[in-house]
Design a protein around this ligand. Structure first.
Ligand code: NAP
Length: 295
């Protein structure tokens, strides 16, 4: 039986935890900031309603085989007390976050540990602590390195497309291309389709082209068609279809600005690639919310 701990059982962590706990081969513990009694996940395949151990104090945690970290990127450092108790000999730490810096971020926190970076396209939301809504089946990819097959096996009984891939870096940057354009609708609080004009297109094209150029410098394969497809998707987006950055701003929560756009600016500077459009949106988004909401 695999012992699994999920740190940050919010929208995504809660959804993954519910599917993992639904498999009799797994013993799942939730490590939460806000406690709750039962985990309910409304999924496209029906409702999962599971009773499992929910810890809110890291002191009570013990070593497990797998840790899933699914907190927002800006809360990563706050998981250290959990990780120090959960990580033992051979523990794998699966980092389920947006962006491309999963390994760097957690290598810094837990040097020498086995970090498995996870890219997910699985739209999920939170209704209440312990109550999540999975909006689509989605996909999950990890690198096909030493832990890839074991990770995929954890989800053998779940109706999800989970794969260990040889082009993880490309998949992560391709997802970042999708995420980085969300800065526009987050700033304007409008979908791009209804307000589309030449200037909007120029700004969207700037955001995604810069991301693609920096990603290519980092070794990712990002076809031109992907860039054009994303711009077309934004051109046709309907009002009210927000991304998670938009939802966080709408709800007065901190935003993952650095993991979604700041990283393009930082890594662009490393490669000598100008990223003025991402820099502009980082600056404006950081200035747009409450001081506490701009991490
Ligand atoms: N949701 C999606 O559809 C989706 C899709 C793809 C990728 N992602 C990425 O997945 C990551 C997680 O996103 P999410 O939408 O699941 O976020 P979320 O709903 O905000 O969940 C994060 C959870 O982490 C908890 N948390 C924060 N600090 C903690 C700590 N120190 N110890 C324990 N728990 C802690 C929060 O607790 P509280 O309940 O107290 O706030 C919350 O339950 C992000 O990087 C996001 O970009 C999300």
């Amino acid at each position: 039986m695999a012992k699994i701990a999920v740190v940050g059982p919010g929208a995504l962590g809660g959804t993954l935890a519910a599917w993992l706990a639904n498999d009799a081969r797994h013993d799942v513990t939730l490590c939460a900031r806000t406690g709750f009694d039962r985990l309910i996940a409304e999924t496209p395949e029906g409702v999962l309603n599971v009773s499992l151990t929910v810890l809110t104090d890291p002191v009570k945690a013990t070593p497990v085989d797998w840790v899933f970290v699914a907190v927002k990127t800006y809360d990563s450092a706050a998981t250290l007390p959990w990780l120090e108790k959960l990580a033992g000999e051979g523990t794998r730490i699966a980092v389920v976050q947006n962006g491309v810096e999963h390994v760097a971020r957690f290598n810094e926190l837990m040097p020498g540990r086995e970090i498995v970076p996870v890219v997910v396209d699985l739209p999920a939301g939170r209704k209440a602590p312990g109550h999540v809504l999975q909006n689509a089946i989605g996909w999950i990819v990890v690198p096909d390195g030493p832990h890839g097959a074991d990770f995929v096996d954890l989800f053998a009984d779940a109706p999800m497309d989970v794969q260990a891939v040889s082009n993880w870096t490309s998949r992560a940057w391709q997802k970042l291309c999708l995420n980085c354009v969300g800065a526009f609708s987050t700033l304007t609080m409008r979908s791009t389709g209804p307000v589309w004009n030449e200037d909007v297109e120029r700004m969207l094209r700037g955001l995604v082209t810069e991301c693609a150029e920096v990603g290519r410098a980092e070794g990712a394969d990002i076809p031109d068609e992907l860039v054009e497809g994303l711009i077309e998707r934004e051109r046709n987006s309907a009002e009210g279809v927000g991304n998670s950055l938009y939802t966080d701003r709408l709800n007065g929560r901190p935003m993952e600005i650095d993991a979604r756009n700041g990283v393009i600016v930082r890594l662009g500077a490393k490669h000598g690639i100008p990223t003025p459009m991402n820099q502009l949106f980082v600056t404006l988004l950081n200035a747009s919310g409450s001081p506490w909401a701009t991490k």
